[in-house]
Design a protein around this ligand. Structure first.
Ligand code: MG
Length: 283
């Protein structure tokens, strides 16, 4: 595979991703996809989506899980509702994530991704220990499908994410690095974080954001902006990925599903920016 193929976060029928048509129109060769709703998560739907991808010359690189009841409305709501951390829904979501892993296998995809939620800070708490056990169960199922699980970054510091991964003790747990999330959640300077976790990064998002005001970081969102317009520093980001030996897909994410025209225009500009940086950096 070529170094750094461009990608985009897409959806089958749910989630924030763009429709496959957008990837096709923009000539983007890889996609990560948000898993479809439960009722359309079946072998026939997988085959139909895979056929469309194949016809368009598009490779699926990761399938992301998401769950009913999740809300990113603000940071406190995200803490309360997202991922496997909320205890009331944990068992059901682990079960659903195993189904998503099975669906990803039907798509011929060797990686599933997940926002696990805000990992509890106290490593001795029963909540933390139970989350470790649930994640191990999930990883064993994912391993049975010959897949890796990539955790999305942002909800905890790089150091705490590393502690969590070490505590899980499974060799199919990796990271999907999203530099903008570090800024949006106020969880750490993205390039420094990338250097800390780089050895575990198996997929990345190309997304940009501006920090919230200093006294608001970690309390209210920073603002997501078009790629190149934020505080990540795309050239430094790509150069750091190369230093770390990452040459996998550069998956563009633009989370403004309420404005599809602008989303598509911004993704088109992001493709242009990434292609020019690729030429500059890789030669
Ligand atoms: Mg992301």
């Amino acid at each position: 595979m070529e170094k750094w193929p461009i990608g985009v976060f897409a959806s089958v029928d749910a989630g924030l991703g763009v429709h496959l048509d957008v990837a096709q129109e923009l000539g983007i060769p890889t996609v990560q996809v948000h898993s479809p709703h439960q009722q359309t998560r079946n072998p026939a739907a997988a085959r139909a989506f895979l056929d469309r991808c194949k016809a368009a010359g598009i490779t699926i690189t990761c399938v992301f899980g998401g769950f009913d009841g999740e809300s990113y409305a603000d940071i406190p709501t995200t803490i309360r509702t997202v991922g496997l951390v909320p205890e009331a829904t944990r068992a059901a979501r682990v079960a659903e994530m195993t189904e998503i892993s099975d669906f990803a296998k039907q798509l011929g995809c060797g990686a599933v991704g997940l926002h696990i939620g805000f990992v509890p800070a106290d490593r001795t708490s029963s909540n933390y220990r139970n989350l470790i056990a649930a994640t191990q169960d999930l990883l064993d199922h994912v391993n049975g499908n010959a897949q890796n699980l990539h955790l999305e970054t942002g909800q905890e510091s790089a150091d705490h994410l590393l502690e969590f991964i070490q505590d899980v003790k499974r060799d199919n747990l990796f990271i999907n690095f999203d530099p903008a999330n570090m800024i949006l959640y106020g969880s750490g300077e993205p390039i420094a974080a990338l250097k800390k976790v780089g050895h575990l990064v198996r997929s990345v998002h190309c997304k940009d954001a501006k920090w919230a005001a200093p006294d608001q970081r970690g309390k209210s969102w920073g603002s997501e902006v078009a790629l190149g317009d934020g505080d990540v520093g795309m050239e430094t980001y790509l150069r750091t990925l190369l230093e770390l030996g990452y040459t996998g897909p550069l998956t563009i994410e633009r989370e403004i599903a309420h404005d599809r025209d602008r989303q598509k225009a911004d993704i088109g500009k992001a493709v242009g920016l990434l292609n020019s940086l690729k030429k500059k950096i890789l030669g």
